[in-house]
Design a protein around this ligand. Structure first.
Ligand SMILES: Nc1nc2c([nH]c(=O)n2[C@H]2C[C@H](O)[C@@H](COP(=O)(O)OP(=O)(O)OP(=O)(O)O)O2)c(=O)[nH]1
Length: 143
């Protein structure tokens, strides 16, 4: 069976993380997830994530770094879920594929009914320190 490549954002606003609930009629409807979607042919992961966040939430983020990739088999399909740490910039929260969203502390992620593929990511986030991300290199000022 083919593996479906899915990219998702772990989007921080200060110390909270954005999660959203899939609409009931969608696959895995009712589960909470990190937003994102399928990587299309010829698209790189970061471009795909930016596109999905814009389409599904009207959201802009700064993508920092790859965090964790999980391969998970559901009953009918297998996904490779690739997560990136992001910093929130702005959003109009115009939800197209979700019916709810929340900003939660990483310690509280396990209280939500997360999609099963997301659970190893949520567990890894409990020990994650946002300040461990190196700042972007600064370009020296010209004299
Ligand atoms: N976006 C996203 N999908 C996830 C996560 N965890 C998880 O198991 N999935 C599953 C749900 C879906 O079966 C699949 C992604 O499909 P999707 O419906 O979000 O992607 P899409 O918008 O590109 O697809 P489509 O509805 O246009 O067909 O991966 C997650 O954290 N984020």
């Amino acid at each position: 069976m083919d593996i479906i490549k899915v990219v998702c954002g772990i989007i921080f606003k200060e110390d909270k993380i954005f999660i959203c609930r899939r609409k009931q009629h969608k696959s895995l409807g009712g589960y909470w997830e990190f937003p994102g979607g399928k990587v299309e042919d010829g698209e790189n992961e970061e471009d795909s994530l930016s596109r999905e966040l814009h389409e599904e939430l009207g959201m802009k983020v700064k993508i920092d770094t790859h965090f964790k990739t999980v391969v998970h088999s559901y009953d009918n399909f297998t996904i490779e879920l690739i997560s990136y740490i992001c910093q929130f910039r702005e959003a109009n929260y115009n939800l197209t594929d979700h019916d709810a969203y929340e900003w939660v502390l990483s310690d509280d992620l396990h209280k939500k009914n997360l999609a099963p593929a997301d659970i190893p990511i949520a567990n890894a986030l409990v020990n994650f320190n946002l300040s461990s991300i190196p700042p972007p290199p600064t370009t020296p000022k010209k004299k």
